[in-house]
Design a protein around this ligand. Structure first.
Ligand SMILES: Cc1ncc(COP(=O)(O)O)c(C=O)c1O
Length: 287
């Protein structure tokens, strides 16, 4: 099995060598996607490509290859890697050129695709849940664009580790938004609460899947911001994202949350969906 498969600007490479004179490197002038795959089948590929295209359009960067070609590269990378569980990282930057804020006309956008083996979170964490700190959301005003400008997310994660917690939950103007790399859902009674889709959060793909599952299960979903004070009223919570799947939250700062059966139900349905798409069971908590 290959450890990592690198596709850089038009061809597969043995080593991840790229130019340092790249606007992605200088300015985080770039967007990215992380896609999971099992048995060579990527999950929710079309949704990821649509979001990538949305980010590129918003930043006025031209997709350097056709969507068809991108799909081909992804499937070829998975074939080369030969891993049961894989993660595909795609990054598109405005291109390589000497550093200057104003982009030159005619610079060709650059694309890298890195495919590697993926290790899902330990089953113990997925069944028991994780602890979160609250961290000020110091990100820019367009969190709906999945840019590589992730310094606040990195700092939040570092701070949470320093305090012995698993991750950080961002808050802005007294309302929680999302975690450093996943969406946040609270539970009160038979209702799921999550931040509305606007410029303050990523239009997350797992979030959409959770909402569809909830609708199917007749669980009410309210897309409205949750205030810091009302975290005390939650009867459960979970994070949702490509790399975490559905991850229960058992503590936010000093607030202890019970493992809510709704979290477990959504988790099971989500795993069922992944199993169905990939035609094979993952190493997850028993369904
Ligand atoms: C800030 C943020 N929110 C939410 C998510 C979850 O998005 P998705 O479910 O599309 O992986 C991510 C994933 O990277 C993220 O970085």
């Amino acid at each position: 099995m290959n450890k990592r498969v690198y596709f850089i600007d038009g061809s597969f490479k043995r080593k991840p060598l790229a130019s340092i004179e790249d606007r992605g490197f200088f300015f985080a002038d770039s967007v990215y996607e992380v896609i999971r795959a099992r048995n060579g089948i990527p999950f929710f590929l079309e949704e990821h490509i649509t979001r990538l295209q949305h980010g590129l359009n918003e930043l006025q960067i031209k997709m350097p290859i056709s969507e068809e070609n991108l799909r081909e590269i992804i499937y070829k990378s998975l074939k080369k890697l030969k891993a049961k569980e894989a993660a595909i990282y795609i990054q598109i930057t405005r291109g390589k050129e000497p550093r200057s804020h104003l982009p030159r006309k005619g610079t060709k956008p650059s694309i890298i695709v890195i495919t590697s083996k993926f290790r899902p979170l330990p089953l113990e964490l997925l069944s028991r849940g994780v602890d979160l700190i609250l961290y000020p959301d110091i990100r820019w005003g367009r969190c709906d664009i999945k840019t590589t400008m992730l310094l606040p997310n990195v700092l939040g994660k570092i701070e949470s580790k320093k305090k012995g917690y698993f991750d950080a939950l961002f808050y802005k103007n007294n309302f929680v938004t999302e975690s450093t790399s996943s969406s946040f859902f609270g539970i009160i009674g038979q209702t799921l609460l999550t931040h509305p889709k606007d410029h303050n959060i990523l239009p997350a793909i797992t979030r959409e899947k959770v909402i569809s599952i909830a609708v199917k299960l007749n669980i009410k979903v309210e897309e409205k911001p949750i205030s810091i004070e009302s975290l005390n009223d939650l009867e459960g919570a979970f994070l949702a994202g490509t790399t975490y799947d559905i991850l229960p939250v058992k503590k936010i700062e000093n607030i202890i949350l019970p493992l809510n059966p709704i979290s477990t139900l959504i988790q099971k349905e989500y795993y069922r969906l992944l199993d169905e798409i990939s035609g094979g069971s993952g190493k997850h908590i028993s369904l």
